[in-house]
Design a protein around this ligand. Structure first.
Ligand code: SF4
Ligand code: SF4
Length: 186
């Protein structure tokens, strides 16, 4: 993944070369749940204008969409930007074309994860769920608070069952692929 100095505008080598373009990329996304609206994007930029994380990402929503439509598969799937979306849905509210960019981001994250490009924090969270059934530890203060409020105690999840479901759904393989890529990069 190309590292970006956030104090400077993002720049890459131009023009884009033919061998960087995968013309089927946009259809791959449009054929998945959440990606259906992609091909209607006008690249008007209304999504970028309202995006609260635009100031700190190398690719704003319009740029991600432009690169997706152009077929820059490797670059988009290696981009840090797709992992910094806060899922606030402002882009979806502003979009006149119902592209549903937040959902497109989910599709991109899934594709990036399968290639071992998931953000490390997300891999850690998935591991925590696999090991403990939750992403945060259960604390005695929460237990006491629930008791005080008259709420039932938190039930511990069946981690064995959860592991089986994660394995059957392919998530264990995705975690392993991402950890291997992380180790290889050290
Ligand atoms: S996703 Fe919608 S708001 Fe964003 S550039 Fe495309 S058409 Fe415009
Ligand atoms: S959902 Fe993500 S991309 Fe859309 S405006 Fe919010 S932070 Fe930006």
């Amino acid at each position: 993944m190309e590292q970006t100095d956030k104090s400077k505008p993002y720049r890459r080598d131009l023009p884009v070369r033919d061998d960087e373009i995968d013309n089927s990329f946009k259809y791959e996304i449009a054929n998945q749940v959440g990606g259906e609206g992609l091909l209607h994007c006008l690249k008007c930029g209304a999504c970028s204008g309202g995006c609260p994380v635009s100031a700190v990402i190398d690719y704003r929503p319009r740029k991600v969409l432009g690169n997706v439509l152009l077929g820059m598969k490797d670059e988009v799937l290696a981009s840090e930007s797709i992992w910094l979306c806060a899922a606030c849905f402002t882009c979806e509210e502003r979009c006149v074309q119902q592209v549903n960019f937040t959902d497109v981001v989910t599709v991109l994250r899934n594709m990036a994860s399968r290639e071992g490009n998931a953000a490390p924090g997300y891999v850690k969270m998935a591991e925590m769920v696999m090991k403990n059934g939750r992403v945060t530890a259960r604390t005695s203060s929460v237990d006491r608070m629930r008791e005080k409020l008259g709420l039932p105690p938190i039930q511990d999840p069946d981690v064995e069952q959860l592991g089986k479901i994660m394995k059957a759904g392919g998530l264990v393989k995705v975690i392993e692929a991402n950890k291997k890529k992380e180790d290889d990069a050290k």
